[in-house]
Design a protein around this ligand. Structure first.
Ligand SMILES: O=C(O)CCC(=O)C(=O)O
Length: 247
């Protein structure tokens, strides 16, 4: 995507106002399909010894995987200027790669992600962080698309509580806070990309439909961003406690 100065201003303004932005046809269908086939094959081969993977249905189906470092194609995608330039525009300067995840959400059994803000997990001190959510299947309200509370990033960081939900350990306890915010379920075609602010409240519902709903996420933070170690320790303690209770 090429943006001239005027488009850039509009693009950033839109993102900053709503807390997310949709870029249609970011990847053509052919490229998106290639990414999906390659990722699925990596996941199938490695699902039993991959760190941070959530399996369902007697461990045969992946719901989500939170550490894709060993996936060879990932580095290429992360370094692609098409992605990086947009991250630099939205974060207004140099950026650091902050990992990648897949939310595979298989048909009929895909789990929900409770409402949360990414920065409650990330602990980035200046709230300078974004996620690219790349649609590898069509995604809509029926098959558990991501939802956003539009403009909710303007509330700042909100207290979370343990969710005990696999793959999404913290949640905002009451969504009453968002009564005045519009809840949107963007409709995505294969290759479309959503980009969201690390403070926007978002989540997704179960996939009860017959269609898989796979999204690959790439995360970036500002090159000058620091991780708040005190908050990170608190978060890790909560994770550890939840794991102990669940096991
Ligand atoms: O894809 C989903 O269901 C949830 C994704 C999510 O929470 C995220 O990208 O931060």
């Amino acid at each position: 995507m090429r943006l001239n100065n005027l488009d850039k201003k509009k693009f950033v303004k839109n993102f900053e106002n709503k807390g997310y932005i949709l870029i249609k046809n970011f990847y053509n269908k052919f490229t998106a399909k290639k990414i999906k086939i390659n990722l699925k094959s990596f996941l199938e081969k490695n699902k039993l010894n991959l760190k941070g993977v959530n399996l369902i249905n007697k461990k045969s189906k992946i719901n989500s995987a939170h550490n894709l470092q060993k996936w060879k194609l990932l580095k290429k995608i992360q370094k692609d200027n098409k992605i990086k330039n947009i991250a630099k525009i939205l974060l207004k300067g140099k950026v650091k790669n902050f990992g990648a995840e897949v939310f595979a959400k298989p048909a009929k059994i895909g789990l929900s992600s409770p409402t949360h803000q990414d920065n409650f997990y990330w602990n980035v001190s200046n709230n300078k962080g974004i996620t690219f959510w790349i649609a590898l299947n069509k995604s809509n309200k029926k098959n558990g698309s991501i939802f956003y509370y539009e403009k909710s990033h303007k509330l700042g960081l909100i207290q979370h509580v343990p969710s005990f939900a696999p793959g999404s350990s913290q949640k905002i306890d009451s969504v009453n806070k968002f009564k005045k915010f519009k809840k949107v379920y963007p409709n995505l075609k294969v290759g479309d990309v959503l980009i969201h602010h690390c403070l926007i409240a978002h989540g997704s519902e179960k996939n009860k439909s017959k269609k898989d709903r796979m999204g690959l996420t790439l995360r970036f933070i500002g090159a000058d961003s620091k991780i708040d170690q005190r908050k990170k320790k608190k978060y890790q303690k909560s994770l550890y406690k939840q794991k102990k209770i669940l096991n």
